[in-house]
Design a protein around this ligand. Structure first.
Ligand code: CAA
Length: 395
């Protein structure tokens, strides 16, 4: 059977960054709560002329420059911070990227799980016709109310992935474990620009979904825990991955290490908990992009993965989750330039807490006409709203 999976991936984020130490101090909270308790050091913040479309297209641009556009007949855009109730964000991205018009485009939504739903659809399309390639963009702007418990877990990021036959990075294996339960742990009503969340319930729902999806993977012929070398989790904040690893250790009895922070004592088998958390620790939550950002971090910071099996747990509140596995391909190191994402994170412009709060309270997601100031230095920008329609341009 032809191997199908992730051939290449790229990550983009917002123009601004907020230090979580600054955020904690502005609230008279000990910084250790955010930095160690949540495992987050920074969060990306979008400029007024950035959104999921500009960020997603910016992630896809270098991917297409490296791989060309031949054979791309599908673009799936996964997001839970959609900018329109009808038109798929990917249609604007297609135009910005100069993709041909003979490409089917659709938006996929199920909270942070949307990127994995897109991946599963893409695997099906490519298995039907292995000469086709599918472009996936998973992009989100994670926003909670100011001064709410969720505020330090905000962030923004986009991951673009090319799904092909004979992939260069990760061949996805056929067995998967799925779990869906109707639960109100986190959602965003149509009239709200920030998420509504029951934080403690969301943690329990995530961990119960992990237990159930793992059991379903075992019931469907998936590999035993001892045959999985590295494990990636959806990371709303990186401490959540540690909680997940603790749960999986409990459920499987395997001595997988729960050491998350550099310098923590490794208390068992190292499955990449720390190496996969390096980007998300600095990005904050990127919802649909988060677990694929964890994949990028692992691939970029571990040069001994060739032939290894990776387990990936994708969770989307509400809730739908999936545990699947893939095999890292020989030569994966030749595909990625490991310093690129760190450099993009370093380039972000720091915001003071006053500037960040003003930006958070500024216009967001309205259909009122506006012309946005030119701020971002990304390849594409959100230029404003004209006659209720969002306008984009290449810079
Ligand atoms: N030094 C070190 N650690 C400290 C500390 C200090 N000074 N002070 C507190 N801590 C620790 C606490 O002990 C706690 O650790 P544990 O979780 O290991 O017990 C941690 O810091 C957080 O403290 P609290 O539990 O008191 O934090 P909180 O109640 O204010 O908020 C939260 C935490 C509920 C996760 C909140 O940030 C939130 O609502 N976030 C959004 C929802 C979310 O991300 N849920 C995750 C699962 S849902 C999902 O994954 C989907 C998604 O993307 C949203």
């Amino acid at each position: 059977m032809t191997a199908i999976g992730i051939h290449d991936l790229e990550l983009a984020t917002g123009h601004y960054v907020v230090s979580l130490t600054d955020l904690a101090e502005s609230k008279d909270i000990a910084p250790g709560k955010f930095v160690l308790g949540l495992g987050q050091s920074e969060m990306s913040v979008l400029a007024p002329d950035e959104d999921i479309v500009s960020m997603g297209a910016s992630a896809a641009k270098p991917l297409l420059e490296r791989n060309g556009t031949d054979g791309i007949r599908t673009l799936l855009f996964a997001t839970e911070s959609g900018v329109d109730q009808s038109k798929a964000a990917g249609v604007a991205a297609l135009e910005l990227l100069g993709l041909p018009h003979n490409v089917r485009v659709a938006e996929i939504k199920q909270a942070c799980y949307g990127g994995t739903a897109a991946l599963q659809a893409a695997l099906g399309i490519v298995s039907r016709n292995p000469t086709e390639r599918v472009l996936i963009i998973a992009a989100d702007n994670a926003r909670y109310q100011l001064d709410s418990p969720g505020e330090p877990t905000q962030g923004a990021g986009a991951v673009a992935m090319l799904i092909t036959a004979d992939p260069a990075l990760l061949a996805v294996e056929p067995a998967d474990g799925i779990s869906t339960t109707d639960v109100d742990d986190f959602w965003r009503p149509n009239d709200s620009t920030t998420a509504v969340v029951n934080g403690k319930l969301s943690i329990d729902a995530y961990l119960d979904a992990l237990t159930d999806a793992w059991g379903d993977l075992q019931d469907h012929g998936g590999p035993a825990i001892g045959d999985i070398d590295r494990i990636l989790y959806h990371q709303p904040y990186t401490k959540m991955a540690k909680k997940a690893q603790q749960r999986l250790r409990q459920v499987t009895g395997d001595d997988i290490s729960t050491a998350l922070n550099p310098g923590d004592e490794v208390d068992g088998r190292d499955t990449g908990l720390e190496t996969s958390a390096r980007y998300n620790r600095r990005l904050g939550n990127s919802y649909t992009a988060s677990v694929y950002s964890a994949l990028a971090s692992l691939l970029d910071h571990d040069d001994s993965l060739a032939g290894d099996r990776i387990g990936i747990f994708s969770y989307g509140s509400g809730c739908v989750s999936e545990f699947f596995t893939g095999i890292v391909q020989d030569g994966y190191r030749d595909v990625r330039d490991a310093g690129t994402i760190d450099a993009a994170l370093d380039r972000r412009v720091p915001l003071s807490i006053d500037e960040y709060r003003a930006l958070h309270q500024g216009p967001h997601g309205t259909s009122a006409d506006e012309v946005t100031p030119q701020v971002t230095d990304a390849p594409f920008r959100f230029a404003g709203v004209h006659e209720q329609a969002r306008q984009y341009e290449a810079r």
